[in-house]
Design a protein around this ligand. Structure first.
Ligand SMILES: C[S@@+](CC[C@H](N)C(=O)[O-])C[C@H]1O[C@@H](n2cnc3c(N)ncnc32)[C@H](O)[C@@H]1O
Length: 387
């Protein structure tokens, strides 16, 4: 059974690659996902997607603003994905939620559901979605998905528990069209025990990255930055006590914990993000330098033959925004197993017990805290998932 998939906000294709890698078989019948069409408004991002996912059919990636997309004219699909932009759901800074420029973009995903009626969908966003607009944005989005005719399963996936060498927490909502009569169950995370987590060293060194690998350019640093990095221990940041006075940063405001933060070789990396200025490029545990894009791609589980197109900063953004393909694969595989009638180990979805009440009453179970102080922001930054 082949599920033709359409995708909005397709990014470089992290989710699609995971979906392509997922394949199951039952009684000689193969269940798999095939790309049908995709949309994103960033030119370099679309080129990366075309180059790696559908080089034989580049026109199937429509490059343009989703607000101008003629949804009705898109080819028929069985499956649909949309990792709607999360800029307005971040807990860091002003969280505009549905009132921001990006917040309402999810409605185009709902439009596709209503028009094309795919058998299933997968939607993705940051953990901050839960508390945006005092919890109302999350519930409104869930209600609209349900109203479009889907049994939904929202869950907060911790990707380090799914074999990704990175601490990355994302809300993923799987919807199954109601006429199938069942609800998706979250696949049990195979690596619950932190001792079993894949660490940054394994990701970057096993196997070593070829010197001439794609997207593996090094950053030229000023001498002062190199000297400072040399004093920062693995896992430490720009505020490490070890740094001598003359090499310290002269910062008056909040001391964000991810500034010049070096990876620790024995733990998963902190969250790979796509934006941020000086000091936020993620730093190697052994060498006094920023990671290359290929190293960031390794932490996101992209294979080395996945070539990102575009300038260095654009590639950094593309990598940081993607769903780790290995994580997406586990989820899509569970969807395919469900359709094939193959059993798999499951775990409780985060909002399982509250979901019905949330959908019926439209009320959040979780009150939004008053605007976080700068200090709290600093502490949360490490966990933060700005894309
Ligand atoms: C979170 S990323 C999606 C990543 C993707 N799911 C993956 O796994 O690779 C969101 C994408 O939405 C795109 N985007 C943002 N606003 C858009 C708009 N108005 N129209 C089309 N695409 C948009 C961005 O360029 C970005 O690539």
């Amino acid at each position: 059974m082949i599920f033709k998939k359409g995708e909005l906000f397709c990014g470089p294709g992290g989710l699609t690659l995971g979906a392509k890698m997922a394949q199951v078989e039952k009684d000689g019948v193969v269940f798999k996902v095939e790309h049908a069409w995709a949309n994103d408004y960033d030119e370099a991002t679309c080129n990366t997607f075309r180059h790696n996912i559908c080089p034989e059919n580049p026109e199937s990636v429509i490059c343009g603003d989703v607000r101008k997309l003629d949804v009705a004219s898109l080819p028929k699909i069985d499956a649909f994905a949309f990792g709607f932009p999360c800029n307005d759901y971040s807990i860091v800074g002003e969280s505009k939620g549905l009132e921001g420029d990006y917040g309402p973009l999810y409605t185009y995903g709902i439009k596709v559901l209503n028009h094309h009626r795919p058998k299933w969908f997968i939607a993705e966003n940051v953990g901050g979605l839960e508390s945006a607009n005092e919890g109302q944005a999350f519930i409104k989005i869930l209600q609209e998905m349900e109203k479009a005719g889907y049994n939904i399963t929202p869950h907060l996936y911790k990707f380090q528990e799914y074999g990704v060498p990175q601490s990355r927490h994302r809300i993923i909502i799987v919807g199954i069209r109601k006429d199938f009569g069942w609800t998706f169950k979250v696949p049990k995370a195979p690596f619950k025990d932190r001792d079993s987590w894949k660490n940054a060293r394994q990701a970057l060194e096993c196997p070593p990255i070829e010197k001439d690998a794609f997207n593996n350019e090094f950053t030229m640093h000023q001498k002062k930055v190199i000297d400072m990095l040399n004093w920062i221990p693995p896992g430490g940041n720009a505020w490490s006590e070890e740094i001598p006075e003359h090499l310290r940063l002269n910062v008056k405001g909040a001391k964000l914990s991810n500034i010049y933060k070096r990876l620790h070789p024995k733990t998963p990396a902190y969250t790979v993000t796509g934006s941020g200025g000086g000091g936020t490029h993620m730093y190697h545990y052994k060498e006094p330098r920023a990671l290359t894009n290929r190293e960031r791609a390794r932490l996101q589980t992209f294979p080395d033959d996945f070539e990102f197109l575009g300038g260095k900063e654009s590639v950094r953004r593309q990598i940081g925004m993607a769903v780790p393909p290995d994580g997406a694969k586990v989820i899509v595989e569970a969807i395919l197993k469900s359709f094939a009638g193959i059993e798999y180990e499951t775990e409780a979805a985060k909002w399982e017990e509250l979901l019905n009440d949330m959908l019926i009453t439209g009320k959040s179970q979780k009150k939004k805290k008053s605007s976080p102080s700068r200090q709290v922001i600093t502490q949360q930054r490490e966990k933060e998932d700005i894309k």
